[in-house]
Write a protein that binds this ligand. Structure first.
Ligand code: NAD
Length: 464
């Protein structure tokens, strides 16, 4: 496995650990403040030439980048298994997602057109102008996809990009930075800067050469970034936390709903902002649903993430495991899944808990771990009210055979991404983002390049 190297050093060093074993994978040198400013300055200097690259040529460079990622798919996936503890199946999907997102947005440079608007006395046209340098701040839970959802449309729209990976998981992003160079992206167009949030991340907010910050992470840090961006009226996209509801009606295919619920809650060890970490079950089938849920949770394969049929690996760190475990103290645990016994890694068995009411922290807090809370509801209105009784609004699921009800409830739940009889949240060609404190703006889908550009209106008089 090739370990990427950092050209920076002034910000000290972190040791990337393998979460499955707690053993070191690599030492990573971090950027300091002056190095960050210098990298932003290089991205700023690269911008005029990059925005002038002909649309077809920029498209070709992004397709090259996608092809190089594809050639290194297995390498990237194995690096992610080692650094983030993701299952090999998930990690392959994640590396493939970077390739697909690059391919999808490689079609944008030739299609990101403006409008011609009828006016008297001339011609009125709009242009999408790139912003300049875009700063992307990535969390540790999905290091590759979240990076790609930012850099691919930003580059396609003609911006240059500086990207800061999370301290715990910098390796795949650093490798993607190397691969971009190999694919022929000019110097300074895409720079990965490993570093601390308080140094590199904050500098993206305060350095005026960065014209937009695209942040994914905790709601608390996101709020600080939004406050900081206000000083310069800097553009900002936020993808933050979630506490999404999986609503199961009595008329649903209960076997299917119960069989899929662990995947909806425990995928990536529950460290997923879209995790369906609250299950609402119609009261008439509550006991039956729990009976069906038990074998699904107990059979959820928690094992060595390098094995192809593993469904859940370890948590990212001892700290994350301890924070989730603290919420289990005194909780009413109804079902406990499997775990890996004899390992130094950051393992935790999946749990199904019965909250003591809607104020119970296991029902309200985003735990970001393999814990799902189950509660009954009385009718459709009660289900919608309970689902919406949260500051978050990222995703959610509705299980029912009644199409009218599915649509009514989907419209009633205050959430950006809903799925009916499924837990699917993310397709790169459909929009993704949150209501309420789950975020601001949307990523992915056909409109993503718009959020990396400004609309300029030009009127040309013809009556001279
Ligand atoms: P975090 O907010 O601590 O860190 C996220 C990133 O921000 C990291 O790269 C970190 O270094 C950086 N950062 C930290 N402090 C900063 C600061 N003051 N200024 C600038 N950057 C700073 O979150 P985390 O612990 O890495 O990730 C877990 C959280 O992220 C969860 O709450 C989860 O719900 C959320 N999340 C949301 C989404 C989404 O798409 N909505 C996706 C992934 C994670």
């Amino acid at each position: 496995m090739r370990i990427p190297t950092s050209p920076f050093s002034a910000g000290g060093e972190v040791t990337a650990l393998n979460p499955a074993t707690a053993e070191p994978v690599a030492a990573v040198r971090l950027a300091g403040l002056a190095e960050t400013d210098a990298a932003i300055e290089r991205a700023h200097r690269a911008f005029p030439a990059w925005r002038e690259v002909a649309p077809a040529a920029r498209a070709r460079l992004l397709r090259n980048f996608a092809a190089v990622v594809d050639e290194h798919l297995e390498e990237l996936a194995r690096l992610e298994v080692a650094n983030a503890g993701h299952t090999i199946g998930n990690a392959r999907w994640e590396a493939g997602n970077v390739r697909d997102v690059l391919t999808y947005y490689s079609a944008a440079p030739e299609r990101h057109f403006g409008r011609q608007i009828p006016v008297s006395g001339g011609l009125d046209v709009t242009f999408h102008e790139p912003l300049g340098v875009v700063g992307i701040i990535v969390p540790w839970n999905f290091p590759m996809p979240i990076a790609g959802w930012g850099f691919a449309p930003a580059l396609a729209a003609g911006n240059t990009v500086v990207l800061k990976p999370a301290e715990l998981t910098p390796l795949t992003a650093m490798r993607l930075g190397e691969l971009a160079h190999e694919a022929g992206l000019p110097e300074g167009v895409f720079t990965v800067i490993p570093g601390k949030g308080s140094v590199v991340g904050e500098r993206f907010v305060t350095n005026p050469l960065v014209r937009k910050v695209c942040f994914t992470g905790s709601t608390e840090v996101g709020k600080g970034i939004m406050r900081g961006c206000a000083d310069q009226v800097k553009r900002v996209t936020l993808e933050l936390g979630g506490k999404s509801a999986n609503i199961v009606f009595a008329d649903a295919d209960l076997e299917r709903a119960a069989a899929s619920a662990p995947g909806g809650a425990f995928d990536n060890a529950g460290q997923d902002c879209c995790a369906r970490s609250r299950i609402l079950v119609e009261h008439t089938v509550f006991e039956r649903f729990l009976d069906l849920l038990r074998p699904a949770v107990e059979g959820f394969r928690v094992a060595d993430p390098t094995l192809p049929d593993t469904e859940m690996g370890p948590l990212i760190s001892a700290r994350q495991r301890d924070s989730v475990t603290a919420h289990l103290d005194g909780a009413d645990v109804a079902i406990t899944g499997r775990t890996v016994g004899d390992s130094e890694g950051f393992w935790l068995a999946p749990r199904v808990v019965l909250p003591r009411g809607v104020q119970d922290p296991v029902w309200r807090h985003e735990l970001f771990g393999p814990v799902v809370a189950v509660m009954p509801f009385t009718d459709e209105a009660d289900a919608i009210a309970k689902a919406n009784d949260t500051e978050y609004g990222l995703s959610g699921s509705i299980f029912t055979r009644d199409i009218g009800r599915a649509l009514r409830v989907a419209r009633g739940v205050e959430s950006g991404n809903l799925s009916v009889n499924s837990h699917s949240s993310v397709r790169y060609w459909t929009p993704f983002g949150g209501f309420k404190q789950s975020g601001l703006g949307r990523e992915l889908g056909p409109d993503a390049p718009d959020s990396f550009s400004e609309v300029k209106n030009v009127f040309i008089a013809t009556d001279n």
